[in-house]
Design a protein around this ligand. Structure first.
Ligand code: DOR
Length: 421
């Protein structure tokens, strides 16, 4: 199948044509293409890469499956997603990682790259089979106990030393569990006080970010901070990067736009971990993304079945959907961010952090992973229209800017005219 994409604004700049040959590679010309996509007025970006997706399979296929999550990813313009390890069973062995990889291949809509657990069963005590996962066909490079912090400094140090041998990275859910009670469910501050909800202070995140950048410096290894949510974490990251410490960081779309005030209705749709923070944190996160202190946008797409989410706020599950809306949220939150920068933070940088080759570029000779975006469309989000199996969509009813029109994964059209192909 050969493809021609005509008139696209490549990285938001000059209009040009893109050609895909029948091995799915971007080339400078194809004489009589099998399919032509008219992309006049659309922006072409490299297919997006998500460092942080919860696909729920195995274990919670009622909330999402690798297939349904792959559909949501394709609809959001993604070509690759990293599937977090907090499934049931946990992805803490090579066999478990291979199963995720292979189910992703079967779905065939995006590359599904398994994230390996740092510790066995996410229990925070013994290291998981890091080397076996890395050396397996799944070639796992990102390790995370996401949902839980690797809070024992000795375990974190060992994990960093271990992954260094094969160029891996530990993605840390930075949250010191000793700085909040077990039922913490939102940001600790004025709003939590008023609502009578137990909270996490921002410093619970910041102390772990500070500790882990020092452990990265000590071990000479690479640490990645998942879903950074506070201005204080940004300060630490800025300092660490200035020292040359090998640290990268991601921010979620929701932390770039939604604030603690949304909790006043006690709606569990807005319950997420790390929690929504006040305006000043959101402002600092936007600045940090724009100036490169934060390297990437990652969705933390966290689908939950109704019966896990529809509870009193303190009892509901943490998490919100994100794959289908991420690009539009970034565009809405940072309207002045150049398309080349969006391509960097949503595709090239995450691909590099994850060690995924063949993603993040529209250069000739690259595999053809492309997303075509209508830049100034406005779309009012309807949670009922989602292809995810879950409905915990914090963007429902909001009007966002930009729309994914077509997605091409490995030369194959996965989304055409805003619908699964
Ligand atoms: O809100 C969240 N949901 N944060 C996490 O860290 C885990 C995730 C999940 O698995 O639902």
């Amino acid at each position: 199948m050969t493809l021609k994409i005509t008139g696209a604004l490549v990285l938001g700049e000059q209009a040009g044509d893109l050609y895909v040959d029948d091995s799915g590679v971007l080339v400078d010309e194809v004489l009589s293409p099998d399919e032509t996509i008219d992309a006049d007025g659309l922006v072409a970006l490299p297919g997006l890469v998500d460092l942080h997706t919860h696909l729920r399979e195995p274990g919670r296929e009622d909330a999402e499956t690798i297939l349904s999550g792959s559909r949501a990813a394709a609809m959001g313009g993604y070509a690759a997603v990293l599937a977090m390890a907090n499934t049931s069973p946990v992805t803490d062995t090579a066999e478990a990682a291979l199963r995720v990889l292979d189910l992703g291949r079967e779905a065939g809509l995006v590359h599904v790259q398994p994230v390996g657990a740092v510790t066995r069963g996410l229990a925070g005590e013994e290291l998981a089979e890091l080397g076996l996962m890395a050396r397996s066909r799944a070639a796992v490079r990102v390790f995370s106990d996401d949902g839980r912090c690797v809070h024992d400094a000795r375990v974190m140090r060992r994990a960093l030393e271990y992954v260094k041998a094969f160029g891996g990275v530990v993605s840390q859910h930075a949250q010191d569990p000793t700085l909040a009670g077990p039922s913490a469910c939102c940001h600790e501050g004025e709003v939590s006080g008023r609502l009578g909800l137990p909270g996490w202070p921002g410093v619970a995140e910041e102390v772990i970010v500070a500790r882990d950048v020092m452990l990265a410096r000590h071990t000479g290894s690479r640490v990645h901070i998942a879903h950074v949510s506070t201005a204080g974490s940004v300060e630490v990251l800025r300092w660490a990067k200035a020292q040359g410490i090998d640290v990268t960081a991601e921010v979620t779309p929701h932390h770039l736009m939604l604030t603690t005030d949304l909790l006043t209705g006690y709606d569990p749709t807005f319950k997420v971990n790390p929690p929504l923070r006040p305006d000043e944190d959101v402002e600092a996160l936007r600045e940090a993304l724009a100036d490169g202190t934060i390297d990437a946008v990652a969705t933390d797409h966290a689908p939950h079945a109704r019966h896990d989410k529809e509870h009193a706020f303190v009892d509901a599950a943490f998490g919100m959907l994100g794959l289908e809306t991420a690009l539009a949220v970034v565009r809405t939150a940072l309207p002045d961010l150049a398309w080349a920068d969006i391509a960097r933070v949503m595709s090239a940088a995450p691909a590099q952090i994850a060690g995924l080759e063949g993603f993040g570029s529209l250069d000739l000779g690259s595999t053809a992973h492309v997303v075509l975006v209508e830049p100034d469309a406005t779309v009012t989000v309807d949670r009922g229209a989602s292809v995810s199996l879950s409905r915990n969509n914090p963007w429902h009813g909001r009007t966002l800017r930009s729309r994914v029109v077509h997605t091409v994964y490995g030369g194959r059209v996965t989304v055409r005219d805003g619908a699964l192909a």
